[in-house]
Design a protein around this ligand. Structure first.
Ligand SMILES: Cc1cc2nc3c(=O)[nH]c(=O)nc-3n(C[C@H](O)[C@H](O)[C@H](O)COP(=O)(O)OP(=O)(O)OC[C@H]3O[C@@H](n4cnc5c(N)ncnc54)[C@H](O)[C@@H]3O)c2cc1C
Length: 393
């Protein structure tokens, strides 16, 4: 299918995997999420209720969790994996544990990530895997390393263990031939993550990219880093693995920079972030034989641009070095229409214990509040499909 036939408006394709009951649930969920006030007061109330042991897990699991997560375990994600695969969309199992600082939890998370790689190895519908370094290492330890501060002896041991976990994950990915992406996080720990990722790429990437680092193009310096890392890994005789995103921590980044009196690492405006994101797509498609990349975005313009670049540069839609990627429960109009046009697409399917994925769910809710009085894009698409089906709400 040529680019001229690519439409992101087709809600029939976008929601083919949803029953009327699914759509109805999503409609009411997004109606609630659209109310800014509720999304503001929701997180503290929910956190408090969970803390004092109110039985609200069932309610969360049946609503927001069901929409944005695959389940609490890999087994519970199976039906989501199958539903996505039916529409030609792959799954990226994302074990979403955040903000922990316990060595035992880090070991357990490492084992769980290795289980996602094992699960992927058996199944072409799970083409990629992912993890966060803060899932297997203490945030403040990474922060200390990033700042170039001296570690104590105990901290040095802790750091050895953390690196051991990252190595074990990448080794498993290499042994099974399943690529693993390393998520990008806050700038004050990112230098350390970048160094780890680069070391893993040099070690495990060859003709195929096994390890992917993430480049946040909302940062002023990341287009440069992408090009620089490409040259470094290439000189090492290997392919660069790159996930391209705009970045998720803008407000936190700006606030910290202001509070601590250093220049913000974030682009001056959205336009600059968009310009660098799209330039990165251009650069990666120019070097498609030496960069394997994943465009992690819900931005329609960027998805369209990438599809156009592939056609213009005569790159096959199914070239294994290029993937589009979105999050479960968001932008199905992009994911399923791209898959329908035979592009490689995979969605993050977050999973984990409800309490642990709450921060992730709050971020999704915040992203989907109404914008200047208008309903969010997701709600608009659901309403369009409900009308098309003529199914009563
Ligand atoms: C598959 C996938 C994987 C992801 N992995 C990561 C990850 O590892 N690390 C991570 O940080 N994020 C990650 N994200 C989140 C991502 O960074 C974005 O927050 C989110 O996708 C919204 O950006 P967008 O490209 O979809 O498009 P849009 O909605 O067009 O852009 C919104 C984004 O633009 C940027 N932006 C907005 N206003 C401004 C401004 N005034 N100045 C500068 N920049 C601005 C911000 O990054 C904002 O999030 C991932 C997203 C996806 C879909």
């Amino acid at each position: 299918m040529g680019i001229t036939n690519l439409s992101f408006e087709n809600t029939e394709i976008a929601f083919r995997h949803c029953s009327n009951a699914d759509l109805k649930r999503a409609y009411w969920l997004f109606r609630v999420i659209n109310i800014n006030f509720l999304v503001k007061i929701g997180p503290p109330i929910t956190n408090f209720a969970v803390k004092i042991g109110l039985p609200i897990n069932g309610l969360i699991k049946a609503t927001i969790f069901k929409h944005f997560c695959g389940g609490e375990t890999i087994r519970e994600c199976e039906s989501t994996i199958r539903a996505l695969a039916k529409g030609g969309v792959g799954t990226i199992l994302d074990y979403s544990i955040e903000g922990e600082d316990d060595e035992q939890v880090f070991d357990n998370t490492c084992e769980e990530i290795i289980r996602t790689i094992r699960r992927a190895a058996k199944d072409p519908s799970i083409p990629l895997t992912v993890f966060k370094v803060t899932g297997v290492a203490r945030f403040s330890l990474l922060e200390k390393l990033d700042a170039g501060l001296q570690l104590t002896e105990t901290e040095q041991e802790e750091w050895q263990k953390a690196q051991g976990r990252v190595l074990a994950i990448c080794e498993k990915a290499h042994a099974t031939g399943i690529p693993v992406m390393i998520d990008a996080e806050e700038s004050w720990i990112q230098k350390t993550i970048d160094q780890l990722a680069l070391a893993m790429m040099k070690r495990f990437n060859g003709d195929k990219a096994i390890v992917y680092n993430t480049y946040q193009l909302y940062r002023r310096d990341k287009l440069q880093s992408l090009m620089h890392d490409h040259q470094t890994v290439f000189q090492n005789g290997a392919i660069l693995g790159a996930k391209l995103v705009r970045g998720a921590y803008m407000e936190k980044e700006r606030r910290r920079a202001e509070e601590n009196g250093y220049p913000s690492p974030i682009q001056p405006d959205k336009q600059a972030a968009d310009r660098d994101y799209n330039a990165a797509l251009d650069y990666c498609t120019d070097h498609i034989n030496t960069i394997a990349f994943v465009a992690g975005t819900h931005n329609e313009e960027s998805c369209r641009l990438l599809a156009e670049l592939l056609d213009k540069k005569h790159i096959d839609h199914k070239n294994p070095n290029v993937f589009f990627s979105q999050l479960l429960g968001m932008s199905d109009n992009l994911s399923f229409n791209l898959a329908n046009a035979q592009y490689n697409v995979a969605k993050y399917v977050p999973y984990g214990p409800i309490k642990a994925v709450l921060p992730y769910l709050f971020r999704r809710a915040q992203e989907n509040t109404a914008i200047a009085g208008q309903m969010s894009r997701e709600l608009g698409l659901i309403v369009k499909e409900v009308k098309r089906r003529k199914s009563p709400l």
